[in-house]
Structure formats: structure tokens, C-alpha cells
Design a protein around this ligand. Structure first.
Ligand SMILES: [Zn+2]
Length: 208
């Protein structure tokens, strides 16, 4: 568990994508616990840090396996609610067909599992205080970013450059490229000091 200068914690045992822990009142919210193969390591890491019982919410930026694979196991171990947007949950349950060939292929392998009861971001009651879900569609249809204090947790809505500006992933993994570009521009315009991406380093924005 690594404490970041912005006050959040970065998971060190998660696999596949960056996972973060932030304070929400007296409790904790965990953003993107990573691949299923990293679940036991993340649970042990939280337990060793004395945090496991305080994690009340597991928040997913989107449904991809490298972000969401461990979510069900980690949420169960912590006794936490699992949050995802309805649109992205519907891709996992098969109600919505991914829009591109690559996404249809990628979601056919190792699809993250969801528990019987999930909480829907933007719909269900009890979303963690101090965290704001910012719609960030494009990479997946229901992708969201999370704003907390002076930081933006952008998942795979964008990659971050060294100066804190945002750029897009290669087009083939994006569900809707024009939408993803509009999302990145909107996120870049937010007044935050830090960008904590799903892949790459948490980065302080350079102010011009
Ligand atoms: Zn992704």
C-alpha cells in the first residue's frame, strides 16, 4: 500500500491496472481492484494495512477485466457494496452487445463476474460521500471517472502525459473514438491538481 502525495493510496498487489483507496467520511472507497488473479493479494494488502473492514464501497470505472476482475471477490471479503454503471453492467450480463469486433472478442474471455446485488452509479442510493462520479463514456459505453478532493481517477477514459494532460488509447480498444475524444477534452478541463489513471503514474497537472 503506497500513500500518494494527493492523500490517496495506491494498491501495490493488484494486477492489470492501478487500484486506489480514498477516504469517504470515516470509511474507505476502493477504485478498480484489478484482475481476478490479483484478488487474494489485494485482500491481504488491505488486511495488512488495517483497511479491509473499513472499505465500504468498491467503485468500478468500467467493466474491463483488468480493472473489474477482482471486484466481486474483494467486495465480498470487505463486506463492501460494488458500484458500476448500469450500461457497463449490462455488457457483462450480456444484455448489451459490445459495439466493436475487438470488444466482442475481448469480453468473451474472462469476463468479470458481478454479485447478485450491485449498486448502480448515478442511480442507487448510498454512493460514497466525498466522491463524485463524472460520466466519461467512449472507452466503454458506461465508463465513469471519479473526482475526489483535488484528484481525478480517470480509469481508461484517457492516458496521462507527464505534464498531466490527457491522450487517448489506441483506437482499437475504444468502443466509440469520437466520444472518447470528447470525454478526454471534458476531463482535461476539470479543475483538479492530480490525474490518477488506470495505467501509468499518478501525475500532478502542470498549470500554465
Ligand atoms: Zn479498459
Amino acid at each position: 500500500m503506497k500513500r500518494l502525495p494527493n492523500g490517496a493510496f495506491l494498491l501495490e498487489k493488484s494486477r492489470g491496472a492501478n487500484g486506489y483507496v480514498v477516504a469517504s467520511g470515516e470509511q474507505l472507497a476502493l477504485i478498480d481492484p484489478g484482475m481476478a488473479g490479483g484478488a487474494s493479494g489485494v485482500i491481504a494488502e488491505l488486511r495488512d494495512a488495517g483497511m479491509l473492514g473499513a472499505v465500504r464501497d468498491v467503485l468500478l470505472t468500467h467493466y474491463d477485466v483488468d480493472h473489474a476482475g477482482a471486484a466481486m471477490a474483494v467486495a465480498a471479503a470487505a463486506g463492501a457494496s460494488l458500484w458500476i454503471t448500469r450500461l457497463d453492467a449490462q455488457v457483462l450480463t450480456g444484455q448489451v452487445r459490445p459495439a466493436t469486433v475487438f470488444r466482442r472478442l475481448s469480453t468473451s474471455f474472462g469476463k468479470p463476474r458481478l454479485p447478485g446485488t450491485v449498486s448502480y452509479i448515478g442511480e442507487s442510493a448510498g454512493f460514497p460521500t466525498g466522491v463524485e462520479a463524472v460520466p466519461a463514456p467512449g472507452h466503454t459505453p458506461g465508463h465513469v471517472a471519479f473526482r475526489w478532493q483535488e484528484s481525478l481517477f480517470c480509469g481508461d477514459a484517457a492516458l496521462v502525459r507527464r505534464d498531466g494532460s490527457l491522450r487517448q488509447f489506441p483506437g482499437f480498444i475504444i468502443t466509440d473514438k469520437p466520444l472518447a475524444l470528447r470525454t478526454a477534452a471534458a476531463l482535461e478541463a476539470l479543475d483538479v491538481d492530480w490525474v490518477c489513471p488506470g495505467h501509468g503514474r499518478p501525475t500532478r497537472k502542470l498549470r500554465s
